[in-house]
Design a protein around this ligand. Structure first.
Ligand SMILES: [Zn+2]
Ligand SMILES: [Zn+2]
Length: 148
């Protein structure tokens, strides 16, 4: 019984956030936001497009990119640069870190307390206005390690 409410709450928040910014609430935007939440992992725009096309045909990749960018501005997704030029979108928006496998590209959340203040300060000293700092650890995942 309570489940319908659970699903609707983030959607209502998203609608409110869109309207607050003078952005239209469109079926595409809602479907893309829902898909990212349901996939519940780090996804590429292409993966979002595939999943969203199942339920809402006619959505284009540029629309997915633009919507993901908008959702990031609204704080509904976080962009993760996993190296190698791949940009992933993360439905988890609290501060956390990632480890990336350089063989298969697997991206896993890292639970670690890291003091970002020093990095932020260094970025300021380099003349940047930092948005946030996050750490990406690069390496090889267990599945990709040679077994011999
Ligand atoms: Zn791997
Ligand atoms: Zn993550």
């Amino acid at each position: 019984m309570g489940q319908a409410t659970d699903i609707r709450v983030p959607e209502d928040a998203l609608c409110a956030a869109l309207r607050e910014r003078g952005q239209r609430v469109t079926p595409q935007r809602l479907a893309i936001a829902r898909v990212v939440r349901e996939l519940d992992t780090h996804v590429t725009a292409e993966q979002v497009l595939t999943a969203v096309s199942d339920r809402l045909p006619g959505v284009s990749l540029p629309t997915v990119y633009a919507t993901l960018e908008l959702l990031e501005e609204l704080g509904s997704v976080r962009r993760v640069s996993a190296g190698g030029g791949a940009v992933l979108y993360d439905p988890r928006t609290d501060a956390h870190h990632h480890v990336v496998c350089r063989r298969c590209g697997a991206v896993v959340d890292l639970e670690a307390e890291i003091d970002d203040a020093q990095v932020i300060t260094a970025a300021r000293e380099a003349g940047f206005v930092p948005d946030r700092a996050d750490t990406v650890v690069h390496g090889v995942c267990a599945a990709c390690l040679p077994t011999d």
